[in-house]
Write a new protein. Structure first.
Length: 146
């Protein structure tokens, strides 16, 4: 079965938690991949809260650590030789390269949270969202990065 809905709405995930009642409206059991994505979104929001001073550095560090670990698991969640069968809009090349990009950007984010200012953490977070999450969530649709 092809699962296209999420990737066809590339930017929506950034505001998803705010506007989608995740429990009430879901009619299919979320995949492991989908559940992991929701957790990553929470992590991203936690780091953003830190940037805006509504979460602690320690909370942001835990979230950044989780993002680093998830990047390492991506190849298992999205096996390059199978993704095109599972997702209509994901290519083997995306599945191959995304974990490498994600590993680099999440590690940079963790360093920025650990040793930088909140502003630097915010810049690293923006890069992660645009070039990391955006690697899958935007590129195929030819949308320009903001
Ligand atoms: C390897 C490509 C790839 C990368 C990188 C990626 N995603 Fe996803 N994302 C997907 C796919 C494929 C789905 C659909 C998963 C499913 O439901 O099976 C998805 C689904 C989602 C969903 C919806 C989950 C649900 O079912 O409710 C959210 C939210 C999300 N991603 C956020 C993110 C965030 C935040 C990042 C960056 C930290 C990110 N994604 C990085 C491919 C990717």
């Amino acid at each position: 079965m092809f699962r296209t809905a999420v990737l066809l709405a590339p930017l929506v995930f950034l505001g998803l938690a705010a506007c989608t009642p995740q429990t009430a409206t879901r009619t299919v059991t979320p995949t492991e991949q989908g559940v992991s994505m929701q957790q990553k979104l929470v992590d991203v929001q936690t780091v953003r809260n830190y940037v805006y001073s509504t979460a602690t550095r320690q909370e942001a560090l835990t979230a950044a650590d989780d993002l680093v670990g998830w990047s390492e698991r991506m190849k298992v969640l999205f096996p390059p030789d199978q993704v095109s069968k599972l997702y209509a809009d994901m290519t083997p090349a995306m599945a191959q390269d995304a974990p490498v990009v994600m590993a680099r950007l999440t590690t940079a984010l963790r360093t920025a949270v650990q040793t930088g200012t909140p502003r630097q953490a915010g810049e690293a977070l923006t890069r992660l969202e645009q070039d990391g999450c955006g690697y899958c969530h935007r590129r195929p649709y030819g949308m320009k990065a903001p």
